[in-house]
Ligand binder design. Structure first.
Ligand code: FE2
Ligand code: FE2
Length: 425
């Protein structure tokens, strides 16, 4: 196995690092690149741009998932203090038993200083030096043996990414998706002093009588990590048809929007929306089996038509496979098909979004107007009332549609209808 080494602080890893590693792998004959993050003193002043070694390692690992051509070695972090490249090289040769000399990738910004490195002639004896472009184009002559690659220069640096993060100024697609999730979830590099979390936690003001309009969803935003949302979204994408997945994503987006509008936690809304149809592709036997584990009874209608159980089955999957125990979310997902007289605000938001999201055909214009834009006769007023009004209208529309198709309504749906009729909305 032929190895090349790419060292750096990876603070944070960005697309330029991975692009360079990939270019070396593709253009030279190496099998694997070892990424070696440098130790960095945790006591360095200017704490904002210093994150823990664990954070840097996690960002690296999350960024190379599923790519067997890349690996990480934390030897310099374990060694602590100043690491010399010759020591790392010795270690790699001893540990990895590379075929031939390992490659050592060096940016041309460091190349001029290379002869000042500790035991540099030993380095060139034991490794093939690969000089990559960072500053210069064209060939340069260096007073030591090396190979220059003609990589395209990506003008991204970790310092630039950190600066952009600190002011929340457009950084999210400069780093691999896995690293982005960790930066956001952990609020690294001073993120979170700005707009993102403030928006997530936005709540409506209490009305004049002093009561808040809606109970807040039980899970605060920070408990639903971006990593979890990405994992669930990937699971949905893998198991659903592309059309059904796009519907789920649109439902997630609209539930997020409705949650923000009505003062609930938008991440709970997104989570419920992206997963609500996870039960759709399951066969009838599996649906009955899964739904049978949620503690509720299976009605005669559900037994006759197990596809009605796809919401309940999805909620069981969320709990058992993904460890989601939040009651509001599980109920919202479980009840999105038949509805329930016990539905809470999150369940109502999901129900609305599922029925009127932007790719749904045949949605009544005033429902679209109220749901998507928050305008028109159905919108406005106190948030709790506005949500109930919109929900009642969407429910009415759905029930009329089911009746027109001569489809059976479940007892739970009828109970819900009764309840909503009883409400003066
Ligand atoms: Fe559904
Ligand atoms: Fe759906």
């Amino acid at each position: 196995m032929r190895y090349a080494i790419l060292g750096g602080s990876f603070n944070p890893i960005h697309l330029g690092h991975l692009f360079l590693a990939d270019t070396v792998l593709s253009s030279l004959n190496y099998d694997r690149v070892i990424l070696v993050p440098a130790f960095q003193s945790p006591f360095k002043p200017g704490a904002l741009d210093v994150v823990s070694a664990r954070d840097r390692l996690d960002m690296l690992a999350a960024s190379i998932a599923g790519d067997p051509r890349l690996t990480i070695d934390d030897c310099e972090i374990r060694r602590e203090g100043v690491s010399y490249t010759i020591d790392t090289l010795d270690y790699v040769i001893r540990r990895y038993l590379p075929e031939g000399k390992p490659g050592l990738i060096l940016g041309d910004d460091l190349a001029a200083d290379f002869p000042r490195w500790r035991r540099y002639t030993e380095i060139t004896g034991q490794a093939d030096l690969i000089i990559a472009r960072r500053l210069f184009s064209g060939e340069h002559s260096y007073p030591y043996p090396c190979r220059q690659i003609k990589n395209e220069v990506m003008t991204i640096s970790s310092a630039m990414v950190r600066e952009h993060i600190a002011v929340d100024g457009g950084w999210r697609y400069l780093v691999p998706a896995g690293a982005r999730s960790i930066i956001e979830d952990r609020g690294l590099y001073g993120l979170g002093g700005g707009t993102a979390e403030a928006v997530v936690n936005e709540r409506p003001p209490a009305d004049e009588a002093g009561k808040t309009a809606l109970p807040q969803a039980a899970v605060p935003a920070e408990e639903i990590s971006r990593e979890l949302l990405v994992r669930l979204e990937n699971a949905a994408r893998e198991s659903l048809s592309s059309g059904r997945f796009l519907h789920s994503r649109n439902t997630a987006l609209l539930t997020w929007d409705l949650c923000r509008r009505f003062g609930m936690d938008p991440r709970s809304g997104y989570l419920a929306g992206i997963t609500h149809d996870l039960g759709k592709p399951l066969d009838e036997k599996t649906l009955l089996e899964l739904a049978g584990r949620d503690g509720g009874e299976i009605t005669r209608l559900e037994r006759k038509k197990p596809s009605l159980l796809h919401g309940r089955a999805a909620a069981v999957l969320l709990r058992e496979r993904f460890g989601i125990h939040n009651k509001d979310i599980l109920e919202a997902v479980a009840w999105h098909t038949e509805g329930s007289a016990d539905m809470g605000p999150l369940g109502k938001a999901l129900y609305i979004a599922d029925k009127i999201e932007v790719s749904r055909e045949g949605v009544e214009p005033e429902l679209r107007e109220a749901g998507l834009a928050g305008t028109g006769p159905l919108a406005g007023g106190e948030p709790g009332e506005a949500l109930d009004r919109l929900f009642a209208a969407v429910l009415d529309e759905t029930v009329s549609f089911l009746k027109s198709k001569k489809m059976d309504l479940s007892e739970e749906t009828l109970r819900l209808l009764e309840k909503m009729k009883g409400k003066a909305v």
